[in-house]
Design a protein around this ligand. Sequence first.
Ligand code: GDP
Length: 307
Amino acid sequence: FSKLKTGLAKTRKVLTTDINELFGPGKAIDEVLFEELEELLITSDLGIDITMEMMERIKKKSKKLSSAEELKQVLKEELIDLFPNTSTDTSTGTSDTAKEKPVTKPHVIMVVGVNGTGKTTTLGKLAMKFTSQGKKVLIAAADTFRAAAIEQVEIWADRSNSSIVRHKAGADPAAVAYDAVEASIARDIDIVLIDTAGRLHTQKNLMEELKKIKRSVNKKMPGAPHEVLMVLDATTGQNAISQATLFNQAVELTQIALTKLDGTAKGGIVAAISSTMKLPITYIGVGEKIEDLQEFDASRFVTALFD
Ligand code: GDP
């Protein structure tokens, strides 16, 4: 929890300082307070629409309240409510949306995201997490566009004691993914993590490639991929939402990992993404170290921001 608080220091600095001032002793619940709060929420990158809707609800509820301190509690609850009511089964990385299905073996997680967002680091950390739980993990090096990407996931495979399926640079990524699932079935692997390209010559090519990877995995194993995890960089703010929308149209995302929250004061983006995309945020990155990738929990997150 202290890691989470430290990682969120920038957002906390803005939010907590201002919030404590806003809801300080003797503060009246009036239009001035509402305006200041609205401004604060917009500054934290919650997005205009979400802020406006939330302010409406807060104003309604405030009629029954007598102190600014009580209003702070209402704000906290409203923020937690912004997250869809989904949790993740952390032993398999399965989000609630997919929980109805029986846990399959191998459980295939396709990891997508634009280059530089922290996709490789997140994939590597997930591999470490699963192998440390005693699971057999296989990584598919399906970003064949960059030779360096193959080397990077190889390092993570070594580090985490995972197997790897790789072809030459420039090979067909869909074939890599297909082979990886085939090998995983044969080798009794628990979790397959598919690394994918984050950039090609054009955006259209990238989306077509991701769709093809998804199709080929599904051909080898009906029902797979069981999760499509998108990695987003929190410091890109509202742009992250446009990225997620684009990828969602192509490969139907099931969960989101949001990295680099330590690098922004606009932590409100977590709620904005989750609420706009109607997708669970399952992991957040609050630093570069392995322990800095944390499972996301809305109430812990909001508490870390406020207290
Ligand atoms: P990829 O191109 O999307 O695969 O990105 P990488 O995994 O190579 O990460 C790009 C950079 O972001 C690396 O220097 C990572 O160490 C860094 N990074 C990843 N996650 C976080 C995070 O949560 N916080 C910070 N500060 N840096 C991160």
